[in-house]
Design a protein around this ligand. Structure first.
Ligand code: BGC
Length: 255
């Protein structure tokens, strides 16, 4: 087991990629805080899943779109597990609209959760690690859209592009403290964020034609990379993005 004795907080871990990461970290020996904002029942299910693996787990409600709530949630996580070694900034939303129709409320929500929330969760985590004078690992769930355009999702792309530079900046700033910071950039993964796409056969077919490995990603494809980045095997990796996209990003061909 790669993560015996480690303690992790995974934001937005009551579903999708976050849930798979929480369970995978537990499989590797970590105790886990399950952060959620809605659907306490799926948070409770995730807690049960971790407990079944013989690790400690607690669900803590925390809304990443609100800085004070995020800070409280991180502090409570530290108290609940008696410390935190690993922070996974997974919580994220996307809103589809042509740029000429985007509302201020939607734009703010996407940036507040995906970028500002991840920053202030990291800040609270780093304050804790500095206080106990211990190293740590920060893993952000970015997207292929930290680099790749995604028409009708400008706020999402801006948040993930911002997350890319936030990660690079923090990697340098936090290296002296032994805290590594990396991004995972998933492509099209079968999760609730993609519900609309999954229910639209024509769109799904077009997307699959763009993926060289010819399938959607599964949450386990991403969770394994998170477990690696959280482990000592990745001690010398910081400031990096690992793309998990079945080849989607670099697929361009002329017929
Ligand atoms: C988005 C999905 C999209 C995928 C590939 C992800 O970041 O959340 O909606 O299908 O990127 O474009």
């Amino acid at each position: 087991m790669k993560l015996s004795g480690k303690k992790a907080l995974v934001t937005g871990s009551n579903q999708g990629i976050g849930q798979a990461i929480a369970l995978r970290l537990a499989e590797e020996g970590a105790d886990v805080v399950i952060d959620y904002v809605t659907h306490p029942e799926t948070a409770a299910e995730t807690v049960q899943g971790v407990l079944k693996l013989g690790r400690r787990a607690v669900a803590i409600k925390g809304d990443l779109s609100k800085v004070a709530d995020t800070q409280r949630m991180v502090h409570e996580s530290v108290q609940a597990l008696g410390g935190l070694d690993i922070l996974v900034n997974n919580a994220g939303v996307e809103k589809r609209a042509p740029c000429w129709e985007v509302t201020e409320a939607d734009f703010d929500l996407v940036l507040d959760i995906n970028l500002k929330g991840a920053f202030f969760a990291t800040q609270a985590f780093v304050q804790h690690r500095m206080e106990v004078k211990q190293p740590g690992k920060v893993i952000n769930l970015s997207s292929v859209h930290e680099d790749l355009p995604f028409p009708h999702f400008t706020s999402y792309c801006a948040s993930k592009g911002g997350m890319k530079m936030m990660m690079r900046n923090l990697a340098i700033e936090l290296a002296p403290f032994g805290i590594t910071v990396n991004n995972i950039a998933p492509g099209a993964i079968e999760t609730p964020i993609n519900t609309q796409l999954l229910n639209d056969p024509a769109k799904l077919k077009a997307l699959l034609e763009n993926i060289p490995l010819a399938r959607l990603g599964q949450t386990a494809d991403v969770a394994g990379v998170a477990a690696f980045l959280a482990s000592a095997d990745a001690d010398y990796i910081t400031g990096a993005t690992i793309v998990v996209d079945g080849g989607l990003t670099w697929n361009y061909s002329e017929q």
